[in-house]
Design a binder for this molecule. Structure first.
Ligand SMILES: [Zn+2]
Length: 292
């Protein structure tokens, strides 16, 4: 193969990588009416999919790796969460709770925590969209506010599935940590066309982003951003699961691991803020495609 052929092939591969990466849509600033579509066959009857990424930066704030959080996405132990929590705990015990908050490495670790999102197929009615996109909803907005609206709808004898979707008014204001969202049922409901249903994205398929190579990259990035001071990744998890495996099934071992985590402290649970969600991953997401 000539050098030119090699170069062409390389470019083709790069292009196809870009093509397969689908960007999720975010709730836009201001007021928008979004139509949330019901679950397709591919989504195993569910109309939503939990999802979260870890965004790992170096100590200059440059994004170094992005990796799906197994805990937020698949409800199973996540090695990256383990590393982050261990690291934060280590810095806290070394510097004390208050000083730790101002430590740059501690801050980096804190920012690398996965922020829970829920993915849905939706259409931005206000923007005149005709094809569904994967929209990211902050977890609390979805689990609390949307749930309230669906319940209200059910009380009036209306059904989300039967109506093949629901129009909601979503308002977004502020930025960064002060981003606020509200959600309510739209007075005027639009209709879901068969074409829209046909073009729905496979949410479950989208979430399947685990890869050993990408995980290794994330672990390396995390280790180098903390100057290699952290304990080896997930050593504890592997040990405790392995020892439990002797007498129990894998599922049992994972349950045990969860109990240990739950007992270990609050690091595991998501941020307690109810309506805010950091939006700096809006910028970060733009870099996602490049990182592949
Ligand atoms: Zn995680």
């Amino acid at each position: 193969m000539s050098a030119l052929d090699r170069l062409k092939k390389f470019k083709q591969t790069q292009e196809s990588k870009k093509a397969t990466f689908k960007k999720t849509a975010k709730i836009p600033d201001g007021r928008s009416v979004l139509r949330i579509l019901p679950g397709g066959e591919k989504d195993r009857g569910l109309f939503f999919q939990p999802f979260a990424n870890h965004f790992i930066k170096d100590n200059k704030g440059q994004l170094k790796a992005v990796y799906v959080c197994s805990e937020e996405t698949f409800d199973k132990p996540c090695e990256i969460c383990e590393m982050i929590n261990d690291g934060k705990r280590e810095i806290r015990s070394r510097l004390g709770k208050d000083a730790a908050e101002h430590d740059p490495t501690f801050k980096m670790l804190d920012e690398a925590r996965a922020k829970g999102r829920v993915l849905v197929n939706a259409i931005n009615v206000t923007a005149g969209e005709t094809e569904p996109q994967i929209y990211e909803f902050p977890k609390s907005l979805f689990e609390k506010d949307l749930m309230d609206v669906l319940e209200e709808m059910a009380l009036e004898g209306d059904d989300f599935e039967e109506n093949m979707g629901i129009d909601v008014v979503v308002k977004r204001s502020g930025s960064g940590r002060d981003t606020r969202y509200t959600l309510s049922l739209a007075k005027k409901q639009s209709e879901t066309s068969p074409a829209m249903l046909e073009k729905m994205e496979d949410l479950y398929g989208y979430a399947q982003q685990e890869s050993e190579a990408k995980k290794a990259k994330a672990i390396t990035a995390l280790a180098s951003s903390t100057h290699g001071k952290l304990p080896a990744p997930a050593e504890k998890a592997t040990e405790s699961i392995a020892s439990d495996l002797a007498s129990a099934s894998v599922d049992d071992a994972i349950d045990v691991e969860y109990e240990v985590k739950a007992a270990a402290g609050s690091d595991v649970s998501p941020s307690p803020t109810t309506t805010s969600a950091s939006s700096d991953e809006d910028d970060l997401n733009d870099l996602l495609a490049e990182l592949g």
